[in-house]
Design a protein. Structure first.
Length: 388
């Protein structure tokens, strides 16, 4: 962990609050905490920025019972098994399917539309009963989804968006929803807001961000909007550079070099926001460490994989993540399919968001990230499915 941030921790929370009060004058924090109606909607200093980021939003898994049919074949399309942000929910969906006696198969989409399309078509050819597509929007493979629909195969977008979001016709049979009262756009926007709140707190409001963006899925656009909405309300915050990365950069190994170049161009940056934790393993962590500026940079990602939590704990190029349970995401896809098969509406999964760093919300060594308070979503689902 950086020398700068270590010194902040040694000062303790009281000193941090006081320093924020000086540095963030006029800098709004987008906290959800309720306040007096006569006060500004966001605290100017914001001593609550870090607290709001750490608290995040937390939900609970569905509890309404649902019937589990036998003899179902599940085909799971991973966005790319080389990325833990794809492999973890894919393997969790397989685990959930097998827990209720279904057969399952994971197909590696290899981080590109052709791979995703081929995997969907393989599921159709295998006469699967349900195809789960992990983390990819309908617009990338409309033809294969239409073929599945024509074949009478249920398709579930897990952490994905249907084509009607961009003005087309819906092609998924159903998509998962994370939190009650929040559609996908609101949920991902919240993720970006939490990133900004943590960065503001860590830099005492003098926040100069190098923003890494992702345009190949809607969630990248939405999380970026959330990040920038909070930064825009802060008089002493700004984005001093942007770097657009994508799946091909991860597949080709180009990420480290591209971030190294961006860091040279954004010499005054003291913060980095990254939309996908898996990218740190694809070269970003290495680039930050090699820059000789790691001690000067507050770096936050998103998704909260165990491998990234290890990086955070060791201070190796990543300092924080807006974490959510990717395993829960996979299980929520199976629950969505079950409810549609049982003629029910898909229920919100309850998957929330919390910032984890080396000081706060850090799980036990070797354990996956868990919400505070801890939620046993697997047991909740198995109870709803009548499998306890």
């Amino acid at each position: 962990m950086s020398t700068i941030r270590n010194k902040k921790r040694m000062l303790g929370l009281t000193a941090l609050v006081a320093s924020l009060g000086i540095a963030l004058a006029g800098c709004a924090a987008a906290s959800e905490a309720e306040g007096n109606a006569s006060q500004p909607s966001s605290n100017t200093a914001d001593s609550g920025a870090l607290e709001a980021a750490y608290a995040g939003v937390v939900g609970t898994a569905p509890s309404d019972p649902v019937t589990v049919p036998d003899g179902i074949s599940a085909w799971i399309v991973s966005c790319g098994q080389s990325q833990t942000t794809c492999s973890t929910p894919s393997e969790a969906a397989a685990e959930a399917a097998e827990a209720i006696g279904w057969k399952s198969n994971i197909c590696d989409g290899q981080l590109n539309p052709n791979g995703w399309s081929n995997c969907i078509r393989q599921g159709v050819a295998a006469s699967a009963d349900v195809i789960f597509v992990i983390g990819q929007d309908c617009s990338s493979f409309q033809g294969p989804l239409a073929e599945a629909k024509e074949a009478g195969i249920m398709t579930i977008g897990v952490g994905a968006n249907d084509c009607d979001v961009t003005g087309g016709e819906p092609l998924y049979t159903g998509i998962t929803q994370q939190m009650e009262g929040m559609d996908n756009e609101a949920w991902w926007t919240k993720l970006g807001e939490l990133q900004a709140q943590w960065l503001i707190g860590q830099t005492e409001g003098d926040t100069k961000v190098l923003e890494v963006t992702f345009s190949e899925a809607l969630f990248g656009k939405w999380s970026s909007a959330g990040l920038n909405s909070v930064l825009d309300e802060c008089d002493t915050c700004e984005v001093v550079g942007t770097l657009q990365l994508g799946n091909q950069d991860a597949a080709s190994g180009a990420m480290a070099q591209k971030l190294s170049s961006a860091l040279l161009q954004a010499g005054d940056a003291n913060a980095i926001a990254v939309p996908i934790d898996g990218w740190f393993m694809a070269g970003l962590s290495q680039a930050i460490e090699s820059s000789q500026r790691s001690d000067e940079l507050a770096v936050i990602g998103a998704f909260g994989q165990r491998s990234n939590i290890d990086l955070i704990e060791a201070g190796q190029g990543q300092d924080a993540s807006v974490a959510f349970s990717m395993q829960w995401n996979g299980w929520s896809g199976v629950d969505a399919a079950l409810r549609l098969m049982d003629k029910q509406e898909i229920q919100p999964s309850g998957i929330g968001l919390q910032v984890v760093d080396a000081k706060t919300n850090l799980p036990e060594k070797g354990e996956e990230f868990s919400y505070n308070p801890q939620i046993d979503f697997k047991q909740a689902y198995l109870a709803a499915w009548g499998k306890q």
